[in-house]
Design a protein around this ligand. Structure first.
Ligand SMILES: Nc1nc2c(ncn2[C@@H]2O[C@H](COP(=O)(O)OP(=O)(O)OP(=O)(O)O)[C@@H](O)[C@H]2O)c(=O)[nH]1
Ligand SMILES: [Mg+2]
Ligand SMILES: [Zn+2]
Length: 308
């Protein structure tokens, strides 16, 4: 005899209710008050991808089960910074960014890659809109290739599809529970629509994107026919690292951490110090300028973190 299960999978989190999949059906449930009482550095007690347990009445979420992974970012608001869990229990992060329209944003891409590395979640950079500027796409791809990041170049423009890379992406999607994250207008929802038959996510127009309007407004977990799950997320402008000090940060950029032993000082942060192997490599073009600049940007928060 089977009893109704009391464990569900969170598909979407709204202001008051969570959409939860239980026994194949979707229900909208509130969070039990006690979840808000637990002191936490997290902005919300539950995230998309969480497994949750219901209370005895089966009318509210009572407990969030331990996560196997979480991708989180720092949110600046009033008071101390908090962590926003973008996706829970995922096995792959896709950082999706266009090579053009909107412009490629290395600082954002590098921040997400660093956050994924920190959470030990494998990551792939998806460079979209290859049809708009193939040369730029290849140039960007080379930067990431050199530091061991997997890159897929895609185009979903009719007649200009990068079929092989889209097939590879589709295979990865079926093998994983993944998240798509990146700037607004990168083409996250468009890609998912093209890869998943029958999916009809809303996608944006360039005019709206230029006005800074997001199209996807909620993170949504989408079960894929044929296996796997994917989380489509609203575009982000920045992706700060939560509670990450300077010693940890440099190892999130493999090309920087690897050169530390050759710096004159073991405490070198690779900014103004003399005999710095990292700065020398950046000046010689062995470390991409954009990667070094992203590191410098994240270092500002990390220095503050050290001081706390
Ligand atoms: N030329 C070209 N345009 C594309 C491609 N992929 C997406 N677009 C266009 O880019 C625009 C934005 O696409 P969306 O899929 O809405 O972007 P998004 O990343 O989901 O944006 P948010 O939901 O706001 O985060 C749309 O006008 C798409 O048609 C592509 O491969 N080539
Ligand atoms: Mg979208
Ligand atoms: Zn150094």
């Amino acid at each position: 005899m089977s009893t109704p299960s009391s464990t569900g999978l969170v598909l979407r989190v709204d202001a008051k209710l969570c959409h939860v999949e239980i026994d194949g059906a979707t229900r909208q449930l509130p969070l039990a008050g006690k979840l808000f009482e637990q002191r936490s550095h997290e902005k919300r007690p539950v995230a998309v991808g969480d497994l949750v347990r219901l209370d005895p009445t089966a009318e509210a979420i009572e407990e969030v089960l331990p996560r196997t992974s979480q991708l989180h970012r720092r949110t600046a608001g009033e008071g101390a910074p908090r962590a926003q869990v973008v996706a829970a229990n995922i096995t792959h992060t896709f950082v999706v960014s266009s090579c053009r329209q909107p412009r490629f944003q290395p600082e954002l891409v590098d921040s997400v890659l660093a956050a994924a590395a920190r959470a030990r979640i494998p990551a792939t950079l998806v460079l979209t809109k290859h049809d708009l500027d193939a040369d730029a796409a290849v140039e960007i791809a080379a930067i990431y290739d050199r530091v061991g990041v997997a890159v897929l170049m895609t185009s979903t423009a009719p007649g200009r599809e990068t079929t092989e890379e889209l097939d590879r992406l589709q295979r990865l999607l079926h093998e994983n529970r993944s998240v798509f994250t990146g700037p607004s207008g990168a083409g996250k929802s468009t890609l998912l629509n093209s890869l998943i038959p029958g999916l009809n996510l809303r996608t944006g127009s360039l005019n709206r994107i230029r006005q800074g309007k997001h199209t996807t407004s909620h993170t949504e977990l989408i079960p894929l026919p044929g296996g796997g799950h994917v989380l489509d997320t609203p575009g982000v402008r920045n992706f700060g690292l939560f509670h990450c000090g300077t010693q940890e940060l440099q190892f999130l950029f493999p090309e920087i951490g690897a050169r530390l032993p050759r710096c004159a000082f073991r405490s070198c942060l690779h900014t103004k110090e003399t005999d710095c192997a990292v700065r020398a490599a950046a000046e010689a073009g062995e470390i991409a300028r954009s990667r070094y600049d992203s590191y410098r940007m994240l270092l500002e928060d990390a220095v503050e973190e050290d001081a706390e």
